[in-house]
Design a protein around this ligand. Structure first.
Ligand code: FE
Length: 200
């Protein structure tokens, strides 16, 4: 598989432009989220650009590899690598986010607050390669995501309206109603070279 890093660089340039326009026009987050959906769909329509290091699964946990973070923390782009059966806790984001599935499939279960406890909100949604879903404090910000497969890796590309690995957010214990703060961080020490010459 070739690694057409140009796709990633172009996507980062597009989102940088959108973010800058949003800042100068006073657009709200929902408009920015809407404007970034088609570019993310285009990015995950081709599975030929993600560097192998950013596609590495961990045997026990899903991995969050930072692909790029805006120097002003206006957005970040993360490769989530789901090993067989891996899933998140029930969690929030506190900023808008777009989830695009690059490889395999995942199951997205939304939750809502009912008297101080998180309960499932609607049926779980299956997202397959090429599909994009949104989260945000206004659209619904609490969910649990899991790999749809028990026997293979799935990968999704997540765009967030902030430096998601550094944001203080929350995990919810569905059984007890307990809420815990957490900061996810990133698994990788180095980010991809978006400025490399294209591979022939
Ligand atoms: Fe999430």
């Amino acid at each position: 598989m070739t690694h057409n890093i140009e796709r990633l660089r172009e996507f980062v340039a597009t989102v940088s432009r959108l973010t800058q326009q949003a800042g100068t026009r006073g657009q709200d987050e929902a408009q920015l989220l809407g404007a970034a959906t088609a570019p993310l769909q285009a990015l995950v329509a081709h599975d030929d650009w993600l560097p192998a290091e950013m596609a590495q699964a961990h045997p026990d946990y899903y991995q969050q590899h930072l692909l790029y973070c805006d120097p002003l923390d206006r957005f970040s782009l993360v490769s989530f690598v789901w090993g067989p059966g891996h899933q998140t806790p029930v969690h929030d984001h506190t900023v808008w986010g777009l989830i695009g599935v690059l490889r395999g499939a995942e199951i997205d279960q939304r939750y809502r607050d009912e008297g101080g406890r998180m309960v499932p909100d609607g049926e779980p949604e299956r997202l397959s390669a090429g599909q994009v879903a949104a989260v945000s404090p206004t659209l619904g910000d609490v969910h649990r995501v899991r790999n749809a497969y028990d026997d293979r890796v799935s990968i999704s590309i997540h765009l967030y309206g902030g430096n998601i690995g550094r944001i203080r957010r929350h995990v919810f214990d569905v059984a007890t109603g307990a809420v815990k703060p957490f900061v996810s961080g990133y698994a990788n020490a180095f980010v991809p070279n978006l400025w490399a010459a294209p591979t022939a």
